[in-house]
Structures are given as C-alpha cells and as structure tokens.
Design a protein around this ligand. Structure first.
Ligand code: MN3
Length: 224
C-alpha cells in the first residue's frame, strides 16, 4: 500500500516536472485589437489553437532527445539533422512568437531612422519595400511566410520560406536573422479574406508594429 502511494506520488511529481521548455508568451493585445485588418475570431483561433499547438507539439517532439536541453535558436540552426516534427514545430513556435509581436493596435508606428535609412538604401523606398514583401507573400505557393531579415553582413533582404521554415534554419537558401515575418498560411486570413491573400497582405501594414521591427533590426545589427 505504502509503495503504491509512493509510486503514485512519484507519477504526480514526474507529471508536474515533465520538461516543458517552450511555451507561448501572452498575446500583447486583445484578440479584437486588430479588427479592421485582422478579425478577432482569426486572432483567437490563430493564437489559442494554432500557436498553442506548435509549442505543445514541439515539447512532445523533443521529449527525450538532446534538443530538450537546447535553446530554440540552437534547434533552428541544426534543423537539417532533426526530425520533420521538430523542424515544423520549432519553426512554427518561433515564427508565431515573432508574428504576434510585430503586429499592434497602435496607429502609425514608424521605422526608426536607422531602419528607414537601411530600407531606403536597400529597396529604394518604404513603399517599394512593402511591395516586395507583399509580392514575396503573394507568390509563396501553398503555405509559408514572407520575411525581412538581416544577413551576415548586416544587410537587409526579403525572402520567403515554405511551411514553418524560416531564415534561421540551416536548410534554407537565404539565411539571416528575421526582423519581420508575415504568416501567409490560410489560417492567418481565410475567415475574413477567403481567397484574397493580396488584400490581407495590404491590410497588414495598417497594424504593423514598426517599433518592434526597428528594435529587432537594431538587435540583429548589434550581434554582428
Ligand atoms: Mn500561423
């Protein structure tokens, strides 16, 4: 009897302390905060179902593997050696955690002077950059992401990846540190925009958090 009790207690403790390294950070605004550009129902399902599933499935996929003791950046940097479940869910978790932060209900945020200068030098103008970014998202066949990243020389570039891949992964052609990522999976826009992905891609600029993108840009540069 006593042994059974101890075993039961052990199981409870083990369940409590099961390594669950990755979890979602709270959404920094209400589900309905981006209404007009992204509707509340889409945000709720996207964050509380899709986003939550990537974190939970990542923890499941790494359970009992060396990745359990690694950071997300370490895992992403060696995805070529890892299982599809780890690749997809590590990417999914990273990408969505970034995505929530680069959106905001705050109106008219602007790129910092430093980022604005780099955008102008690289793409010609802010509008030309937006066009290039929207095109990367529109041209992505099936599901994936459009990215603005900083390469190893500190230069900005636009790229697109399929599924939940991202520029931090060792398997992508164009590697860098993402500072802005736009989710073009249908789950990100279909309830409001249906097949009109281009309309979603033009509306997203209304809720873009340029303060956060600028901060990520300057952080990425400082690590070069
Ligand atoms: Mn998504």
């Amino acid at each position: 009897m006593k042994i059974l009790k101890i075993a039961a207690l052990g199981a409870v403790l083990a369940a409590q302390f099961t390594f669950a390294q990755f979890k979602q950070t709270p959404l920094p605004y209400a589900y309905n905060a981006l209404e007009g550009s992204i509707d509340a129902q889409t945000m709720e399902i996207h964050y509380s179902k899709h986003g939550a599933a990537y974190a939970a499935n990542l923890n499941k996929a790494i359970a009992g593997t060396p990745q359990e003791k690694q950071t997300l950046l370490q895992i992403l940097s060696e995805t070529s050696k890892l299982t599809p479940a780890i690749r997809n869910n590590a990417g999914g978790h990273y990408n969505h955690e970034l995505f929530w932060t680069i959106l905001t209900p705050e109106k008219n945020t602007q790129p910092s002077a430093k980022l604005a200068k780099a955008i102008n030098e690289t793409f010609g103008s802010l509008d030309a950059f937006k066009e290039k970014m929207s095109k990367a998202g529109a041209d992505r066949f099936g599901s994936g992401w459009a990215w603005l990243s900083v390469d190893k020389n500190g230069k900005l570039f636009v790229s697109s990846t399929p599924n939940q891949d991202n520029p931090l992964m060792d398997i992508v052609e164009e590697k860098g540190t993402p500072v802005l990522g736009i989710d073009v999976w249908e789950h990100a826009y279909y309830l409001k925009y249906q097949n009109k992905r281009a309309d979603y891609l033009s509306a997203i600029w209304n809720v873009l958090n340029w303060k956060e993108v600028s901060k990520r840009y300057e952080d990425a540069l400082s690590k070069k």
